[in-house]
Design a protein around this ligand. Structure first.
Ligand code: SF4
Ligand code: SF4
Length: 107
């Protein structure tokens, strides 16, 4: 097992910062779903992590904690994540991406 980034949608969707999406060193790993928060009655969309691309560097955690000051990202063991976005389940559309969350996470 290994650590990957996991974003709390409830915290993230209360903002519209998108800051972490600009700092992840891995391409197409932190993505943003414009509808994610709205589906839960929250104000904005939310960032999410394609866990099968995440290298566990925790740079996004530093950005969210110290730059955005939202504390929405935690590193968690991949098999402990309740619902995860996998690359094969992500649809790329104009201006947004949408993940079908999967559970459990294949390790
Ligand atoms: S930096 Fe934090 S609050 Fe901002 S989009 Fe990323 S996870 Fe959400
Ligand atoms: S832990 Fe590193 S590789 Fe994974 S999503 Fe965060 S910044 Fe990207």
């Amino acid at each position: 097992m290994y650590l990957v980034a996991n974003i709390d949608v409830n915290i993230c969707a209360a903002t519209s910062c998108k800051l972490c999406t600009q700092y992840c060193p891995e391409a197409n790993t932190i993505l943003y779903d414009e509808e994610a928060g709205k589906e839960k009655g929250l104000k904005y969309g939310a960032a999410y992590v394609a866990v099968d691309r995440c290298k566990g560097c925790a740079q996004c955690v530093w950005v969210c904690d110290n730059m955005a000051k939202h504390h929405a990202i935690k590193m968690e063991m991949i098999d402990q994540i309740e619902q995860a976005a996998l690359t094969e389940n992500i649809q790329y559309k104009e201006k947004t991406t949408k993940a079908q969350l999967t559970k459990p996470v294949p390790a």
